[in-house]
Design a protein around this ligand. Sequence first.
Ligand code: PLP
Ligand code: SF4
Length: 334
Amino acid sequence: MIARSLANAVPLNWMDELSQAYSHPLDLLRDLALDPAEVDFAPAATELFKFRVTRAYARRMRGGDPRDPLLLQVLPRTRELHAVEGFTADPVGDYSATREPGLLQKYAGRALLVVTGGCAIHCRYCFRREFPYQGAVGSTTLAAALDSIAGDQTLTEVILSGGDPLTLRDARLFELLRSLAALPHLRRIRIHTRVPLVLPSRVTEPLLTALKASRLPIVMVLHINHPQEIDEEVAAACAALSAANVSLLNQSVLLRGINDNLEFLVGLSERLFDLRILPYYMHLLDRVHGSSEFEVDERTARDLQAGMLARLPGYLVPRFVREIPGETSKTPFL
Ligand SMILES: *Cc1c(COP(=O)(O)O)cnc(C)c1O
Ligand code: SF4
């Protein structure tokens, strides 16, 4: 008995933990004590975009609550299967912004590298849910993308994105960080990730050491939508990242029925700052296929923005933006 309880107490390494993520909604519903017959749930949608949720994230969901704000981000619902006018495969113009396979540039000075199609969690509203990763990710495309970055003196920042770059194994990730640091015209590396939130065990000593040792300052943009997504484990991962000199920012997506509520948004900004994370962007939904149920109407979005401005110091109010293909930056929502 003692040996067994000790074994249980040994934390899994992050790769094992990732391999034990929920891959079927019924398993998650069962563990949350929810009857699938009483939940709006469309199994067929998982054929279009797989179901995936880490156990660490699921532990923060409330059992017995079909409207839980974390569950609603990952559970495929019936509306996902409906074709809705204006909702497309490539709502943000990623395809036409492709410089090289896997390398996107829309804005001056910074280019975005799609380093993997893998994620620790699948968010049903993800604007890259239909992104053609096969043609974009791989060692040959990465080498060509790095050559392109090396030859472009106008770039000062490279954004690692995906998929989620922190799902890469250490060897590949550290090699990539080293390749970028070797380019003298780069001034910083940005990492867009949900991993510190959905798989905090990935924030390991070797990762922290590699980030801290980089010649280039590291900016990490987390993607936290709701204060309930933050628990002690997430707080500890963020504290460790801050201690490794990583600048932490957060972007959220405004999601109907999940965070379209002034109290939650004010609470989120306050909680973020407790963890030394500055709110950066509040994205209006990118209209990707299957995401229509998440869309918040403009009037509500405007009221929420005004409400936050009236309640918080300016630096805790994220910029409300929309992504409009062809524009020279994210477009402020006024
Ligand atoms: C959103 C995005 C960025 C980041 O824009 P910032 O305003 O710098 O945060 C950069 N490149 C691409 C291709 C993007 O889609
Ligand atoms: S890329 Fe980000 S938003 Fe999209 S599924 Fe992965 S973690 Fe979620």
